[in-house]
Design a protein around this ligand. Structure first.
Ligand code: UT7
Length: 334
């Protein structure tokens, strides 16, 4: 029985196309100042026509495999978290599977929106510790840009979202005190699902998508921004502390805090509430916007490559998002 799972490779991929705040002002009534002051975002990446979510996920997967010195044939299972499936049916992971030429290893799409990576990490960790799989590739992958309202009507939502993919490769470890996933806690509160959602297409409607739904903009994401913000700054500290407590660690033990990249102000608020020094918090929302399930693995891949995260250090990852869902993980890096 493996004692724990540990990260042996990370990877990320964002599209080359940079969309700045100034670009957005050409399509909608907004300003560079509003976006920067309210969200911290300066630019985001959006795909080019013809680019697909599975293209981004493939690049991120190859980068994680290369860092681990392994090949596609060494993976036993693929878990991909997304809220923006390449096709509703069957999802994104199967197109990634095809792109990787992954033989017949199992793959699955996981739906937990902005907390999706942490839900997937918890499942991968459990699969490894119970000896079902030895190596699991965990991804977060989103293409928001093709589903956004770029008119003034959609400005509150559209300005925050970006496209991207991040991947981590987890492997079984028998080292009791070695690096690895020390704990993951996740939660949900479905009664708030309609506060941050895309109503159409819906399998509860027949047909699932009508001209009227499109005319009314029901196929664009809706967000009750202030309500979401309020819950995020309450739930994130709560679950972060819960996870630390469950693993027998204190806030001061943590070397690096990675928060979901939804809004820089949320992260500043959370850090302030917990009295976490700014130098212990890493953000990249300024460059990528909110990539939902992909945000944390992209941030982790950047942290591991930039030297912000060193072997032996404790890293805490925390997210909140649609569902509502929220969660936190504590990892010893190595
Ligand atoms: O990733 C999943 C989780 N998501 C989140 O955690 C996001 C949480 N929410 C937020 O980050 C913030 O609520 C937003 C950044 C989305 C919005 O910021 P806000 O400070 O809550 O603004 P608001 O929606 O309350 O709107 C304030 C004003 C409104 O104008 P009035 O009614 O005061 O005249 C909006 O119409 O700002 C206006 N506004 C904009 N103005 C310029 C909304 N969006 C824009 C915009 N540009 N893009």
């Amino acid at each position: 029985m493996a004692l724990r799972s540990h990260v042996i490779g990370t990877g990320m991929c964002v599209p080359d196309r940079v969309v700045t705040n100034a670009d957005l002002t050409r399509w909608m009534d907004t300003s560079e100042e509003w976006i920067e002051q309210r969200t911290g975002i300066l630019e985001r990446r959006w795909i080019e026509p013809g680019q697909r979510p599975s293209d981004l996920a493939r690049e991120a997967s190859h980068a994680a495999l290369a860092q681990a010195g392994l090949e596609v044939g060494d993976i036993d299972c693929i878990l991909l978290a997304t809220l923006s499936a390449e096709h509703d049916f069957p999802g994104t992971s199967f197109f990634l599977h095809e792109a990787l030429d992954a033989g017949n290893v199992p793959c699955i799409d996981l739906r937990a929106q902005c907390s999706g990576f942490l839900y997937a990490l918890q499942m991968a960790d459990a699969l490894i510790r119970s000896d079902v799989h030895r190596r699991v590739l965990v991804l977060g992958c989103e293409v928001h840009s093709t589903g956004l309202d770029v008119s003034t009507e959609g400005r509150d939502v559209t300005v925050i979202f970006g496209d991207g993919a991040g991947a981590v490769l987890l492997e079984a470890s028998d080292e009791a005190d070695g690096p690895g996933v020390l704990g993951v806690r996740v939660h949900a509160e479905g009664k708030h699902a309609r506060r941050l959602w895309t109503e159409a297409p819906s399998s509860a409607a027949s047909p699932r998508l009508t001209a009227e739904m499109i005319e009314k903009g029901r196929h664009f994401p809706f967000m009750d921004g202030r309500f979401v913000f309020k819950h995020a700054v309450t739930r994130m500290p709560e679950v972060l502390l819960e996870t630390l407590d469950a693993t027998g660690h204190a806030l001061a033990d943590v070397d690096l805090f990675l928060f979901h990249q939804a809004n820089l102000r949320i992260n500043e608020f959370v850090a302030q509430k917990l009295e976490i020094p700014a130098e212990k918090v890493l953000n990249n929302i300024q460059r990528y916007g909110n990539c939902s399930a992909a945000a944390l693995p992209i941030l982790l891949a950047e942290a591991s490559r930039s030297g912000a995260l060193e072997p032996g250090q404790l890293v805490s990852l925390t997210a909140f998002g649609s569902g509502f869902t929220w969660g936190s993980a504590l990892l010893r890096w190595g």
